[in-house]
Design a protein around this ligand. Sequence first.
Ligand code: DGY
Length: 381
Amino acid sequence: MSDKKWRSHNPSGSNRVVVTKELPGDRWFEILAQADCKVEICTSTDILSVEEIEAAIGDQCDGAIGQLTEDWGERLFAAFKAAGGKAYSNYAVGYNNVDVDAATKHGIPVGNTPGVLTETTAELAVALTFAAARRVVEADKFMRGGHYKSWLPTLFLGELFWHKTVGVIGAGRIGTAYARMMAEGHKMNVIYYDIRQNKALEEYIAAYGQLLKAQGEKPVSYRRAESVEELLREADLVSLHPVLDETTHHLINAERLALMKDNAILVNTSRGQVIDETALIAHCQKHPNFRVGLDVFEDEPEMKPGLSKLDNVVIVPHIASATIWTREGMATLAASNVAGILKGYPAWHDQDVSPFLRGDPPKAAPSIVNAKQLSFSLYTR
Ligand code: DGY
């Protein structure tokens, strides 16, 4: 065990499950207790090192729930396997911190928590969008500093989005939800870039455009950009929602920032490494009307020097999925991934996970990302 403090739940359980952070709600540990698990939870808020997690795994560890801040690679999966490890789940939808190939090599199923973060994360992206565009944080500081002396026609002028163009890079679940919120709520035309065509989004925006037309209003439109550059040139507002991998690392760099409008808004709720943060700081220093909303950082939890000094950047500590419903749902899914595998149930992948959030959940592990590679029987309904 590491020197961090741990607490135990259901100590008589015969499967030992290590959980590296306190999770919200109680449903998740009831799920594990029903699978005959003794649950050991690290109560420290510090990021655990590989060595500390390895020590916590010890000689017997049947299941583990880890965090996006931890490095689950070859060393941990080898230790986990040697300790009898049968199932790992990330407490996150993203799993760039997990070496899935290493887990697969050791025969370890890797779970994630999709489906419960979609609207929550998109809503925070919308919040950052407006906080940046309407200078909410700057104006709040101004008020608290006692500087408000008179209403002025020129005080804190920002940007209006109505009937302008929103650019979405990465049109998966969260990118799609964000695009719809901005198109429906603010009548923005949508331009998106994704390696896959998103027909559902296109059909939705087209139908919504028709509805507006039928009401005598100006319709909204959609377009799939052929390149990131095309999108950056055209959009008034760009929101980033790609998966982080070698193709999206520093996707937004100095050259691409230079293509954007001087008064554009850039929002990132995906992963910090998608943006070259040093280049972003230089760009924001040079273009005071370019505004940014960031939930994630390249060297999280650190920020690159100079970022926190910029008035045109709104920064929050990776809280896009931080609603009670979502974080409890993520805990339920992570626990169900581990419990499902320990009980010998089949693994789901890329399916609707909502039945797991209700009373009588399916007999399956809800989301195992390497189910196919491990030739798990996949549940089909
Ligand atoms: C995720 O799940 O990947 C988010 O970044 C944290 O909720």
